[in-house]
Design a protein around this ligand. Structure first.
Ligand code: KG4
Ligand code: ZN
Length: 333
């Protein structure tokens, strides 16, 4: 019975897992708080985590129908993420583990986005596979050879793909986070109407800041000519922007998959919820005989169940430190 806590950015989340089975998966979203600013304000995120962490953990225990005394381990997001946000979840997890005398398991957030595919009830990928983490903070291509064997092949040189969705959405006046809304509006738009750049840096890395700047400049020029340009063309803008954002990563997936001989593709992270990227990958699945793993929608954006499943594997392999051992506890917080 493992309690998992996730507070890396702006979602306060807790889950209870019994082995690989998710008994509860609760999230207190902070979108309302950050909406006004068009992005996450770290200080406000930490404060919101502080006020939400107790109710969310209580709810996770209630929904799992267990008492905290039945817990056998606690896992939490160690990083990467916003320091103030991570500290709230990390300190809470550490205190609770001390109080209940339980093993404390630090988890890497990005690994967890991929290990979510091993939650009970879903078809699980075999190793090795090409892991693609696409989120608000990261865009990574990872060679995954085992539960704890992750080799970073490519990453973004600047912005993350989700960040580009959100910032371009902000330029169009959409509220934060804009990815889901762009996805929805794009369904009624023409993706070939406007051509935005598809960045292709050498090697296996990607880049998103250029697309963002090109989009911003284009909007400025068009709005100067017609102040209602965005409103009149919103669906086409969303479809065309989305197309260049996803083609950027799809091109690299193709290259890495060929170069490394990996035809098993596993995606994770908030942008894995994007319907167009999933459709495009599904097309390639048939064409290039890819084995494709897309997470269930509830496990795409940040959640604690993914921290729980990663914690479960670490617990099994005793990959955690001892709270009372100074040398090891440095690993934990
Ligand atoms: O994984 P996540 O919850 O947080 C991070 O670890 O960063 O990802 C959040 C990101 C946001 O940028 C959000 O706009 C994006 O995922 N997102 C989407 C969709 N749903 C969420 N982007 C494109 N299409 C979607 N359907
Ligand atoms: Zn995430």
């Amino acid at each position: 019975m493992l309690l998992a806590i996730e507070t890396s950015c702006d979602d306060t989340a807790a889950a209870v897992l019994e082995g690989r089975k998710v008994l509860s998966n609760c999230i207190a979203n902070q979108n309302v708080i950050h909406k006004t600013y068009g992005g996450v304000v770290p200080e406000l995120a930490s404060r919101a985590h502080q006020s939400k962490i107790v109710p969310v953990i209580s709810q996770a225990l209630v929904e799992a129908n267990i008492d905290k005394k039945q817990l056998t381990a606690i896992a939490y997001t160690q990083g990467p993420g916003l320091l103030g946000s991570l500290l709230v979840g990390g300190s809470f997890a550490k205190s609770m583990a001390l109080a209940l005398d339980l093993p404390l398991i630090p988890v890497n957030h990005m690994h967890a986005h991929l290990l979510v595919h091993f939650i009970d009830g879903y078809v699980t990928p075999e190793f090795p596979f090409l892991g693609i983490t696409i989120s608000g903070g990261h865009t990574q291509l990872i060679l995954v050879k085992g539960y704890f064997n992750f080799e970073l092949i490519g990453t973004t040189l600047d912005d993350a793909i989700g960040e580009a969705f959100d910032k371009c959405g902000k330029i169009m006046g959409l509220s934060y986070p804009a990815g889901q809304e762009i996805d929805k509006l794009a369904k009624n738009g023409d993706k070939h109407r406007f051509a935005f750049p598809i960045a292709n840096p050498k090697g296996y890395n990607v880049s998103y800041s250029g697309i963002k700047t090109a989009f911003m400049n284009f909007i400025k020029i068009e709005e100067a000519k017609d102040s209602k340009f965005i409103k009149k063309n919103l669906n086409d803008l969303c479809a065309s922007l989305q197309n260049s954002l996803i083609q950027t990563i799809l091109n690299k997936i193709k290259i890495v998959s060929n170069d490394f001989g990996l035809n098993r593709i596993v995606i994770g992270g908030g942008v894995a919820a994007n319907s167009e990227i999933c459709n495009e990958l599904k097309k390639q699945k048939t064409k290039n005989r890819l084995e494709l793993f897309i997470p269930p929608i509830e496990y795409t954006t940040d959640n604690a169940a993914m921290i729980g499943i990663a914690g479960y594997f670490k617990l099994n392999e005793r990959k955690y430190g001892n709270l009372f051992d100074e040398s090891k506890s440095r690993l934990q917080i």
